[in-house]
Write a protein that binds this ligand. Sequence first.
Ligand SMILES: [Zn+2]
Ligand SMILES: [Zn+2]
Length: 555
Amino acid sequence: MPRYVVNNPQAESEESSEEEDDDQGQPEAEDEEPAHAQPAKRQKISLQLGKGKGQLVCHVCGKPGHCAGFVGAAYMDCPNKPCYLCKNTGHTTMTCPYRVAPEHGVKQSNSVSSDGILATLRNREQDGRQREVRRPHTKWLVESAVLRLHSRRCTCLEFHPTRDNIVVSGDKKGEVAVWDFHKVTERSVYKTHKALTNHVRFLPSSDGAACCSAATDGTLKELDIETGSDKELLNCNPEGWITGVTDEKAWIMLYGLGVSWRRSLIAVGDSKGMVYFLDRRQKDPICCHQLHKKGNKVTSADFHPVDKDLLLTASNDWQAKLSDMRMLCAPLTEGSKGKGQMQPPIEVVSMEHPKVVNSAWFSPVTGQKIMTTCIDNRIRIWDTLFNAGQPADREIIHSHDFNRYLTPFRAEWDPKDTDEREVIIGRYISEDFGGVALHPVDVMDGGTGRLVAEMKDPNLQTICPVNKPHPRQDIIISGSSTSLYAWSPASPDEEMDGLQTASSQKLPDSAAVLFSNPNYISFNAGDETKKSSKSKKGGSSSKDDDSEPKKGKKK
Ligand SMILES: [Zn+2]
Ligand SMILES: [Zn+2]
């Protein structure tokens, strides 16, 4: 029996939060566009019936004879437009071959090489020694959940480095929450930032309580998760936000955040393509580098798990980059990019993408592989760092591009998988599960693109863009809207009735079960929010570039 905690039970029947529609699957509003995204506007898609004499007219292409939009729980797209999933023409999302089998057309890592001893060596490099095949769990169930933990949508998750039952999450309002998913009811919510907490990472500390968070308010803060007290490590906008005075374009926001425990180094990227390097023992940043194109967000930063000299960053400039920390403080050199263009010598190699890159991560055990999530609905995997300058070894087509106000999807490695193949990512387009449109969280084999498991729960009908596999236990936490869900593998009995995959599986058409269960305990997110330190008035919250359209707010 899953254990839930619900914040604010009285409001159950009402709209759960102003954020809620953000996570519904129906394409609608235009999301923030990348700096150089194609100008093609996505149109509002809806079903129009009965124009004239009961004739169907498509809202997307305006032509009669067909329609587009949700029909029940299934989404029909316009046959005159490219497939929403793979972006190819000639079929619709409903009939897309990648929808049925995501591994369609993907090279298997084992078949990359030909025969011979070299091939064997290369296979070993790529996939590790031949081990007993790890059998990933094929069915997962929600074990516990904390509903409405946050006041706005969840933006990031991080597990405690040593305490197995603790997960830390950030939200769009600048909060950082700490949840004990074993005890379920135990959690703390701190108002750490004035706007969107983009990334949280733990820092080395004697009591394990120190973490740092980067936010849209332009600050990087060190936070004690036990007490909620915080201290500013970096403030990119020391003047603060002054309504009517501050130039929006000049405002700097912090995004991608990486921590090297071995180097005691923090790397944080901003909204202008700049990456700052800090040592928390000293007051000012060690240095900063324009690693990515000016004016583009640095969406992620990740230190290599073994080689302390390597940093991987991703950006809205359609690039993922490898950098060499040994060159951190070397002076700028004239780069290959053009006359007079000074370039930081720390840049090693750049991985080009056709669109915005949401994240780029080293594989968690050896760091030999690189995985990126790009909004062209592709997960790309490089099997060795040496290939990083080449096209990816594998492209897996997966639905994670969206046109709503959502946290960008990021494919995550399972750190427990020593083969470095298991990948977890939320799915944007919904499937019809017994009449309910659900957005599963997918467990995929990064070596083949095969869908290993789709995690779904009839009560979880919102999209799960934020997911994190536990570093040591068979637990995956998903952040969906303002709530967190802890998944665990089904018992062998439960697994038996869950062997069917994809849309063949029918779930009971219940949604009422959730809130009638006496085990679901509730709190009120707003009441519990602890103000951390002295919070000044007139903050910079208006500078949240992610803010949703101001409409339809309910009292
Ligand atoms: Zn049409
Ligand atoms: Zn397709």
